[in-house]
Design a protein around this ligand. Sequence first.
Ligand code: AMP
Ligand code: MN
Ligand code: MN
Length: 326
Amino acid sequence: MIQSEVRDTTTADVVAELRRRPAFVMVSHVKPDGDTLGAGLALGLALRGLGKRVHYFQQDPVPRNLRFLADSELVSRQVPSDLPADTLWVFCDMSDTSRAGEFLPPIEHRNILDIDHHLANARFGAYNYVLETECSTGTCVLKLLDAMNVPVTPPIATALLTTIMTDTGGFMHSNTTASVLRTSAWLMERGADKEKITDWIFANKRLAAVGLLGEALSMARVGEDGKYCWSVVDDAMLRRHGADGEDTEEIIGHLRSIEGVDVAALFKAFEGDVRVSLRSNGRVNVQAVAQRLGGGGHFRASGFTFEGSLDDAFVAARDALRAEGL
Ligand code: AMP
Ligand code: MN
Ligand code: MN
């Protein structure tokens, strides 16, 4: 798109900025996943290797299944008070700054770098490195590391492979191109620990998560001539299984994998919010659906937070899905 080419920053200009700045804060989004966190950690580790000062800001704690990542123990909601005035704040994997939560101090526009691969990124930074065709924000970071000629160490390679495996669903989603597989092989040759990533992220479910999955699947409903499947997780369900929000991740993939289902939705009504995850098999653009309701994401995976009751959220989601051709 010509418009985004005009507004986006070139690799060379981002690299010049990374070289020029003395200090960095990597910022990841709320309800963090392996892409937002892995991308920030990979870039942070590389910049620390160049002798730069690096901090990691994240509103929410590091999810249990990502605590194997190097430097994840440094991630905090606190921001140091003695940061230099030209500290660069690097937002990873989010379409706008509100996705970082409510605990960031005011940041000058000239100090914001936005690295992302979402559709409809707001280009909120002074520097916007938005590559919509990349499978993860981590592979955007890899392009920068490559241009900077910094060594990709095994911890960096593991963080980057984590971003890919997270956002491709373990190489299952349609964004798993031949090039993504080549990049993944290259990262493994540099020491990325694929087995560790698989163990921690994909084969490490708590019993509580499996119990919750069972209940959510047993409550699933199908509508729109079998093309739409949805379910709910609420506070009472979490309590029944001793589960928390991190234990909900698997559910939506199962809903979407049902034969004939084009779109799945999971309504997460807990912690005082109604957050909705959407997944598509590629027929309906769920990014557009989420955007109608104040959220965003990708063509096949998106989400939004609904201001209102759960019942109203069902109606709003169905109306928006129909409007986008479900
Ligand atoms: P999730 O269902 O939470 O895994 O999110 C799927 C995709 O939608 C991810 O790419 C998220 O970044 C994006 N997403 C989820 N919730 C929101 C939201 N409230 N606003 C914008 N994007 C969102
Ligand atoms: Mn993300
Ligand atoms: Mn991502």
